[in-house]
Write a protein that binds this ligand. Structure first.
Ligand code: AMP
Ligand code: MG
Length: 424
């Protein structure tokens, strides 16, 4: 079931820049074809499969934006107060019994339809009442405090384009125009496994040289946040045969197999060879720090034309996070048919000095704070190791240093990406 066309990946040099990875994914990964219709209540997080037009306009009718008095602008004295007789009262959900007569006003409430003949609404705070009349001040613009039919959405206009991943805001928009169900692509199925002789399940007996598995839990949460369904394939030893078997099994019935650990060049790193043995490796090094070794490939399925994409992430949890954000997220987006909004790094002021190698993209874990002059500053976490998990929990996001950058000095403006923005 892989949607990757597995014959035409470019393998451009030993260290692939992030932009090149994204270009390869855009060009070579096709969305899953299956489309289903889901009720609105189940649409959150799904990806719209085809353009949705608005069946009605929003607002559907002209209405008042405030509690007050509906009037005709033509009746108003431009220089002095105008006295108008109050002839009717219209609340939200009701319609005025009669049109607004010249020289009159209608008591109106927020959301109530504009009475025929009325074009302007005074806020109740701005008027004076005397018996059955209202005195309105001069100077209000014609059309003030009135919401026009269609000023938000025009009937027939494009409401939700194909590829939109539905947030609560988008589902609310669909509800507002009365839609009850939406065509969406099926969810992406991801098999997740950890590798390493030293990795044990949290809660299991832990040999003295072992670590509890953090990565499967990190990945499961990140995948759920992106609307994918994950299957847990557990922990696999650093054994070539065991890895081949596990990856081949995981490729069945899944669109993507995601592993962590075992992708570098150490003697116990067998993931890359396992992929080469049972499938095809597309690239395995990306010009990104942390995270340089990232293997990407295709594993054929048991039937012709089927199979899964494969991404082997590094073992260190911080590297897992960064490479998930920069490689797996765009891949998932392509498989799901989602048009991801480009990541926009926000300018903040660096408090730190930092040197880096040219030609690779680097991500620095930082906490934000407001300096005494009001500017937002980025403070680098004290521990830079890619295995330091608390550097992820004690910070707010990543400063992105582009390929050409070689050093940062305190006071420099740098681009900040929040954790939420990176993996939503
Ligand atoms: P590797 O790429 O397999 O050499 O792993 C790099 C580092 O990440 C090693 O220190 C591993 O022990 C650690 N590591 C690998 N997998 C996990 C995991 N699932 N949870 C926590 N740490 C891990
Ligand atoms: Mg390992």
């Amino acid at each position: 079931m892989a949607q990757l066309t597995d014959d035409c990946f470019a393998f451009s040099g030993p260290l692939l820049p992030i932009d090149e990875v994204e270009r390869i994914l855009r060009e070579r990964v096709m969305p899953v074809p299956e489309i289903e219709t889901v009720p609105l209540g189940a649409a959150y997080g799904r990806v719209v499969a085809s353009d949705i037009a608005a069946p009605i306009s929003l607002p559907p009718f002209d209405n008042s934006a405030v509690d007050g008095y509906a009037v005709r602008a033509a009746d108003l004295d431009r220089a002095a107060e105008t006295r108008l007789a109050i002839t009717d009262r219209v609340t939200a959900g009701r319609v005025a019994a009669r049109p607004l007569a010249p020289g009159a006003a209608i008591r109106i409430f927020t959301g109530a339809p504009m009475p025929a003949g009325a074009d302007t609404v005074f806020m109740q705070e701005d008027v004076r009442l005397e018996g059955e009349t209202v005195l309105v001040p001069p100077g209000l613009d014609a059309g003030a405090n009135r919401r026009l039919a269609g000023e938000d959405v025009q009937a027939g206009a494009l409401l939700l384009p194909a590829g939109r991943q539905l947030s609560a805001r988008h589902v609310a928009l669909a509800a507002a125009v009365g839609l009850t169900q939406l065509p969406v692509r099926r969810r992406i199925r991801v098999a997740v496994l950890s590798t390493g002789d030293e990795i044990v399940e949290p809660g299991a007996a832990r040999p003295s040289a072992a670590l509890f598995d953090a990565n499967r839990f990190l990945l499961a949460g990140l995948l759920a946040g992106l609307g994918a369904v994950s299957t847990d394939f557990g922990i696999v030893a650093d054994d070539p045969q065991a890895l081949q078997r596990a990856i081949a099994a995981a490729a069945q019935e899944h669109d993507l197999v995601l592993t962590s650990g075992g992708v570098s060049t150490g003697e116990a790193d067998h993931v890359r060879k396992a992929v080469e043995a049972i499938g095809r490796l597309v690239f395995w090094r990306v010009a990104v720090k942390p995270g340089r070794p990232v293997a990407m490939g295709v594993i054929p399925g048991s039937r012709p034309g089927t199979g899964a994409a494969f991404v082997g992430l590094p073992g260190n949890p911080v590297a897992v996070f960064v490479t998930f954000a920069r490689v797996v997220r765009p891949l998932l987006g392509r498989l799901a048919g989602a048009e991801l909004a480009p990541l926009v790094a926000l300018p903040v002021r660096s408090t730190f000095a930092h040197r880096k190698k040219k030609g690779r993209r680097e991500y620095v874990r930082v906490a934000l704070r407001r300096a005494s002059d009001g500017v937002i500053e980025a403070v680098k976490h004290a521990q830079e190791g890619a295995g330091v998990i608390t550097s992820l929990t004690q910070t707010d996001g990543l400063v992105e240093l582009l390929e050409d950058t070689t050093k940062i000095a305190p006071g420099d403006s740098v681009g900040f990406l929040s954790y939420a923005a990176l993996v939503e």
